[in-house]
Design a protein around this ligand. Sequence first.
Ligand SMILES: Cc1ncc(COP(=O)(O)O)c(C=O)c1O
Length: 387
Amino acid sequence: MQFSSNVAQLQPSATLALAARARQLKAEGVPVIDLSAGEPQYPAPRFAGQAAIDAIAAGKTGYPPTPGLPELRAAIAGYLEQTTASERVDPASVIVSAGVKQALFNCCYALFGPGDEVLIPAPFWPSYTTIVELAGATPVIVDTSWDEGFVTDVDRLETARTERTRGLFLNSPGNPTGAVYDLERLTAIMEWADRHGIWVLSDEIYRRIGFVDSVPSVYDVPVPDRTVLLDGVSKAFCMPGFRIGYAVGPAELIKKASDLQGQTTSGAVGPSQAAAAAALGMSEEREAFVSDLVSILSRLRRTGLAGLRDIDALDVRPPDGAIYFYVRLRDSSRSSMDVAEDLLREQAVASVPGEPFGSPGHLRFNFAVQPETLDEGIARLATHFNA
Ligand SMILES: Cc1ncc(COP(=O)(O)O)c(C=O)c1O
């Protein structure tokens, strides 16, 4: 079939495809250990779910305002004021979308187009390159290294910069590596971007899932005009199926992103927005939930790392944040795609290979699963690699 040039480059999401394949095998009765999906295998906060139920029971089922329910936009602004150094966030600078994915798409589509270059440090979440391409712009990959902890710096960015550079993606803690940008590095990058008129799109969806002293937000440094913060409830609040994410940026951009959303999907699902407003707005319950989750994840991270370190075929680096182990394959004679295939076929363990993240030779495992699932997964990895 002949498709338009709009989607000529479009590849399906590799991570979603792998998760779907693992689900399919499970449905066929194969005892799959699924460490591929990028989601915490833990339930959403009850108080958030209840808020969605209450909204439906109260008949709040009409079209929500396109940029989001006022109470959710206010809750997001309040959440940022409470959890970053920012003292005042205007609810008008917030757009609510169907996940970070849509918020990011809206902003990229509004900001970038043909001839524009957008810098993306690798390894990266695969949707970044695809979304930039859908906007007609060109992703420019800036490699980072294992030895330097998978973070970039101003020197490397400056080397990649041309007069066409219009944007930079940051993702800290990062998917797939868990790398965290400390305040000094983040400040230097923000100042560099500001000097050159470059938009910074900071995806902070894992910000609350940190295993180091601090995980700074772009809202912890003086925020230049061309800054967009992206976050949502899919990870730290275990609410990926609610499909709520948001972007915070200059009101003019948010208005344009909202106009775009108004012509495509309209406002995000109303009861989901009510749930997100509770998750973010009920600060005491919210902080208790996040703190419990991070304790659980810290334990999983510790036991998982101990198990992985016993597997000689893998180089292991402790992630500073997020929910993944990103391991390096010592044997470079086979592609990580092939190794991931073997793991699924021979051990029924689903992982994600490094190729879609722009860094072949690695495998990503989600450790935000139940403890027995992680234990069994690591045991199968040991059987596979130590055989
Ligand atoms: C870095 C990153 N950003 C955004 C998302 C998607 O978030 P949402 O569920 O809000 O669309 C993911 C999900 O895996 C992610 O890893």
